[in-house]
Design a protein around this ligand. Structure first.
Ligand SMILES: Nc1nc2c(ncn2[C@@H]2O[C@H](COP(=O)(O)OP(=O)(O)OP(=O)(O)O)[C@@H](O)[C@H]2O)c(=O)[nH]1
Length: 391
């Protein structure tokens, strides 16, 4: 596919940056247009791969934001985006839309800019273009507390309503012990970038002499065309003969190198590992409406028989016949990867948890407000008593 990629807020921009890094390192060219939008000047300076002139600061004249972010306030996030919508629109004008198949908007849903400005940006894109707009949304971890959950619960609804598909990433599921939050985010962003780029960059090469099983952009778009929430699974394996120590060291212990003649069982095994891996958002696989399997790597390692047996296995596993499978030939790849898209998954426990965490947070806010009101009333009564003339 060819994409216009837009990051809103800090997390959204960092993810777009990691996508650009991954495509640069693997010779892909998925992100044809890039834009990052933020209300915090310092965060806008962070990306390594986003060109300087593709970074927009919003809300610098707003009395609360003033170029320092919106401090987790979704309403201010939405307000600054609406206020600066002409500037955002002008940046979109540069997008040669005929060059792209779709637009993706990435944002963290727990803060104020991504969750508030994100839906405003999406709405504008939907007005301007006929191309599908996908959301790539980060759900906050439970450890962050009630406020991010409340933000996420609210903005998740508006994201899902506005986009053609919402690909979710759950920070809770990806958090690992022994890391600072920043280190954890770095790793999560890289893992997410690998999955999203491996999935969506398939079909970007129009002409290939091994196009027999090749996945097409339209296949990916068809699978995403469900208006629902999606999750991605991924697994990769070293191709034997790779002598690059640095690369070999990166692979996990359970990833055994495959031989030159990868047979159907190995392809199926890789796809099974992808589905049983940590998904971008944990979900019940059987709740998916549609699914898509892409095998990415040198085409001589990806047999048609292997693709078909993996497809049949997933058909049983996911209990749906709406499954497309194909390859993404990458002659120089040092790994063979399987990426599985589960589209319109409805059983996602973390989404339910966020909703109930948000209800609790809302109740607590209401309690605090009621207590404060009572305190103020008491103060007023006391003051009035003091002022009462002595008879
Ligand atoms: N996976 C991941 N999540 C992140 C990262 N940075 C922040 N988050 C998550 O995204 C949410 C929003 O954080 P930010 O993106 O920093 O906030 P923002 O959208 O810029 O909004 P404000 O800071 O309120 O202006 C947080 O609550 C975290 O859940 C990151 O690098 N990776």
């Amino acid at each position: 596919m060819k994409l216009a990629t837009i990051g809103v807020g800090n997390a959204g921009s960092k993810i777009i940056d990691r996508m650009l890094e991954f495509e640069d390192k693997t010779g892909r060219s998925l992100c044809r247009h890039v834009l990052v939008i933020n209300s915090a000047r310092t965060d806008l300076a962070k990306p390594d791969y986003v060109p300087e002139d593709r970074r927009i600061l919003i809300g610098d004249t707003h009395k609360k934001a003033k170029g320092h972010g919106v401090g987790g306030d979704v309403e201010v996030g939405a307000e600054v985006a609406k206020h600066d919508i002409d500037e955002i629109r002008r940046a979109f004008d540069d997008v040669e839309i005929h060059e792209v198949d779709a637009i993706i908007v990435a944002a963290g849903l727990g803060g104020g800019t991504g969750s508030g400005a994100g839906p405003v940006v999406i709405e504008e894109l939907q007005k301007m273009y006929d191309e599908p707009v996908y959301g790539l949304g980060i759900l906050p971890g439970e450890y962050e507390g009630g406020r991010p959950a409340l933000n996420a619960a609210r903005s998740l609804q508006s994201f899902v309503q506005k986009v053609d598909n919402f690909i979710a990433f759950d920070n809770d599921a990806w958090r690992s012990r022994g890391q600072t939050i920043e280190e954890g985010y770095e790793q999560m962003n890289r893992e997410l970038a690998v999955r999203i780029v491996t999935l969506l960059a398939a079909g970007e090469i129009d002409e290939t002499d091994v196009a027999e099983n090749a996945m097409d952009s339209s296949d990916i778009m068809r699978t995403l065309d469900t208006d629902g929430v999606s999750s991605i699974g991924y697994a990769s394996t070293t191709i034997s003969g790779d002598t690059d120590e640095g690369l070999l060291n990166r692979f996990r212990e359970d990833e055994k190198p495959v031989g030159d003649a990868t047979d159907a069982a190995k392809i199926k095994g890789l796809v099974r590992r992808a589905v049983n891996s940590r998904l971008t958002i944990p979900c019940e696989v059987t709740s998916a409406d549609r699914a898509l399997i892409i095998l990415s790597g040198p085409s001589e390692l990806i047999s048609r028989k292997g693709i078909e047996s993996a497809r049949q296995w997933l058909e049983n596993e996911a209990d749906t016949v709406d499954i497309l499978a194909g390859d993404d030939p990458r002659p120089n790849a040092s790994e063979l990867s399987a990426v599985v898209l589960l589209s319109n998954v409805t059983e996602t426990p973390r989404v339910d948890e966020i909703q109930s965490q948000a209800v609790d947070a809302q109740d607590k806010i209401a309690e605090l407000e009621a207590a404060r009101e009572e305190e103020i009333n008491e103060l007023i009564t006391d003051e009035n008593d003091e002022l009462d003339p002595v008879v």
